[in-house]
Write a protein of this length. Sequence first.
Length: 296
Amino acid sequence: MAEITAGMVKELRECTGAGMMECKKALSEAEGELNTAIDILRTRGLAALAKKAGRATNEGTIAAFVSQDTKVGVLVEVNSETDFVGRNDEFTSFAAEIAEHIAAEIPTDIAELLTQTISSRGITVEQLFGEKVSKLGENMGIARFVREEIDGTGSVASYIHGGGKIGILVAISYGKPETGEQAEFKTFARDVAMQVAAAQPFFVRRENADPELVAHEMSIYKAQAAESGKPESIQEKMAQGRLQKFFKEVALVEQAFVKNPDISVGDYAAQTGKALGDTLVIVNFTRFVLGETSAE
């Protein structure tokens, strides 16, 4: 049996909010496997929907860029060794420059990005990194990036929270080209991006959910229902009810709108679309949290 260390118990507590003894017992039953221990605690009703395992450890910043026509958006995470450099104006400007370059040059991965030439400087991205490392005195690198380009009529919006700790891209389609210029739409797009930052949805709508994820959640809910000792027909209804609650918690359009919990994000989209005489559809979103890739 795997040794259960204090660090393992601490990590499980941070993920679930369960008590120390419950966490230690669950880890023992799971032979030290964190995700299995989370499921054990959830089955016993000792943990809510699990947070992402692992703690953000890297420093740096997340930068965003949206093209003038709002058709293309980029998020890029650039890491540094310390938070001091991560908050430095030169470092954050450098990250923003990389984001703008990605939007224009469309690299397929980090390796290709580093070899591309920044036209305004006449040097490669890798060479520019070398200059910044020499000047700022710290090692740095690109952890990841995403480039979103919307098809047809629509816009990409971005939101950066906590001085570069969280970055959001949201792609929204609509019918009339002039919709994207309206103040009501711009407010809506920013509100949706802020919703993603605050409420941490897993996907836009339940149809986008990974079937394996849904099956896993259902297995947890069925195990919870079985603990009740009620008849199987009641257990099935209990499990189905909890699955519906799951979707309302993690499907963006079904979440309660943070600024007005009396309506869902989907309701907000419908109301704003009606006011604009158009139909607004949230197509996609991306949410980066600084350092989270270090735990994957």
